[in-house]
Design a protein around this ligand. Structure first.
Ligand SMILES: [Zn+2]
Length: 399
């Protein structure tokens, strides 16, 4: 690995000039990690790795787990984001019509697909996830009217949208649909398979984050090969040493991105690196398995750890996959909350047995309404502000 470009890129930002003052760079493993807290507490301008007039867009993390983290992209960085998509097996082309349901504020994936579609001359429809103008019902209507070939969104949106279509009596997938691109949430093989079964089209995954940008698209076998020219991923153990082969480790990412370079950023993800040759798609670069975030780990009394990956694998391989689900960690046991929309749902006892056997753990299953189906099919709630109000459209009063 050539480390120097990452160090040089990082040292262009004031943040790293200060953080790494007096640092020796002969030993890569001696370079301190960058933490989420450091990025949160940094002045947004100190994180920029170039002149401000080079900046194309500014983004922030959602801030659901604390102060948002800033992220800057230059026009050159945008090229890099586009290449991640265009070099993938998705084979986005000018015949495609992309219906893009990623949120445009303040995230990055929505823009990555907008830019990529523009680059290859594909059509693009923005149906922002977080906009009041486009609730799920309207998105289903737009899919019916426009017949897109690619849908891009969060995996949980894909799960919801199919159900909304069903409630509205709309047959999905629409005839032209050829692929889904999902990002923003953990996707295990079972979840991917489940969504491919439900929608009947291949699912491609984009791995990345607001801080790092989009980094890897999954290959046709669903693997993230570490094939990004300007990103370096390490898996380290609790002592900061490279994780042993076959063991899970903490994800550390370096990106030589102009807008906001990151040097050894410990992003709180749990990963495992495997030899690329095990995939069979023809790519030889190592594979990264993503097990979810560290904060989603469930620590059992006997030192056992259950990852979000483990939970997804269990739920999405059930004989009857629920419409929506949630896991509640209680003081003495783990509760699975399931919402089924079919009249015939499995018995609680059957589910508890199935999950307990797979997880090796006593669990409780409860049925509950996580999403109100009525709310899911609601009409748009937003309208433009009206300056003129009328009682009548007729000019009766002048008669
Ligand atoms: Zn592969």
């Amino acid at each position: 690995m050539q480390y120097r470009p990452f160090i040089d890129a990082a040292l262009k930002s004031r943040f790293y000039q200060e953080k790494l003052a007096g640092q020796h760079f002969e030993n890569w493993l001696g370079i301190p990690f960058t933490t989420k807290t450091e990025l949160r507490n940094a002045d947004a301008y100190d994180l920029i790795g170039t002149a401000i007039d080079q900046i194309a867009t500014y983004h922030e993390t959602s801030g659901t787990t604390g102060t948002p983290t800033p992220s800057w992209f230059t026009h050159k960085d945008i090229e890099q984001e586009v290449n991640v998509v265009l070099n993938s097996s998705l084979q986005l082309n000018e015949k495609d019509l992309v219906l893009n349901r990623f949120p445009f504020a303040m995230a990055i994936p929505s823009f990555i697909f907008y830019w990529s579609a523009a680059r290859v001359g594909a059509g693009h429809i923005a149906v922002d996830k977080a906009s009041m103008i486009t609730p799920d019902r309207r998105v289903v209507e737009i899919i019916e009217r426009t017949n897109p070939s690619i849908l891009t969104m969060l995996p949980s949106e894909a799960e919801k949208l199919y159900e909304v279509g069903k409630q509205m009596g709309v047959l999905l997938p629409n005839p032209n649909l050829r692929a889904f691109v999902l990002a923003g949430e953990l996707m295990t093989p079972s979840r991917k398979k489940h969504l491919e079964n439900v929608w009947g089209v291949p699912v491609y995954l984009l791995f990345g984050s607001t801080e790092t940008g989009g980094l890897f698209m999954s290959c046709e076998n669903g693997h993230y090969h570490l094939n990004h020219a300007n990103a370096f991923v390490e898996s380290v153990d609790e002592n900061g040493k490279p994780a042993k082969e076959g063991l899970k480790g903490n994800c550390v990412i370096s990106t030589a991105r102009e807008g906001m370079p990151l040097l050894r950023y410990a992003n709180q993800d749990i990963i495992e690196l495997r030899a690329g040759s095990t995939c069979g798609c023809g790519q030889t670069k190592p594979i990264m398995i993503h097990y979810g975030r560290k904060e989603d780990l469930i620590r059992m009394p006997n030192d056992r750890e259950i990852t979000f990956y483990d939970l997804q694998e269990v739920v999405y391989s059930l004989k009857n996959v629920p419409f929506m689900w949630k896991v509640k960690v209680l003081t003495d046991h783990v509760q699975f909350m399931f919402q089924y929309t079919t009249r015939m749902k499995p018995s609680r006892k059957t589910l508890e047995e199935e999950i307990s056997t797979k997880l090796g753990l006593a669990v409780e299953v409860v049925f509950t309404e996580i999403f109100s189906l009525q709310k899911l099919t609601e009409k748009p709630a937003y309208a433009k502000y009206a300056h003129i109000e009328r009682e009548t459209k007729e000019w009766e009063w002048i008669k």
